[in-house]
Design a protein around this ligand. Structure first.
Ligand code: 5GP
Ligand code: ZN
Length: 114
């Protein structure tokens, strides 16, 4: 396993508990929590407990740990339709430079957005 390394970025601070978050699932290698600016009800983030800005810098074991969590969250939310998104770099809409996977339920029309 790659050495676990955390930095002073906002998501590393969330992992360390230095910034509060609404935790959903935590494993040895991953942490997941609700997005502070949800695009829909239940919008969650899954992050590796390893500070890498972009996906290609992330060791595979962290990736392998994160994906089943995204699946678990999507299942628990019970949304028929949802997006799992991961942005890399500013022009690709990445704002926080710590790899994260968005899990965004798409509510049915009568449920509304937030
Ligand atoms: P990006 O655009 O980098 O793919 O997405 C970053 C996401 O992180 C955004 O959806 C934003 O709302 C979320 N975010 C940024 N800072 C915080 C925070 O301090 N707490 C939580 N829970 N989410 C955050
Ligand atoms: Zn970080």
């Amino acid at each position: 396993m790659a050495t676990n390394r955390l930095a002073s970025c906002i998501f590393c601070k969330i992992i360390k508990g230095e910034i509060p978050s609404f935790k959903l699932v935590e494993t040895e290698l991953s942490y997941s929590f609700l997005d502070i600016g949800p695009l829909s009800k239940g919008h969650a983030l899954v992050i590796p407990k390893y500070h890498a800005a972009k996906l290609h810098e992330l060791p595979d074991e962290y990736l392998a740990d994160a994906m089943p969590i995204a699946k678990r969250i999507a299942l628990a939310q019970g949304a028929e339709n949802y997006n799992v998104l991961q942005n890399n770099g500013r022009t690709a809409h990445q704002e926080v430079d710590h790899v994260h996977f968005h899990v965004i339920p798409k509510p049915s029309k009568d449920e509304g957005l937030i």
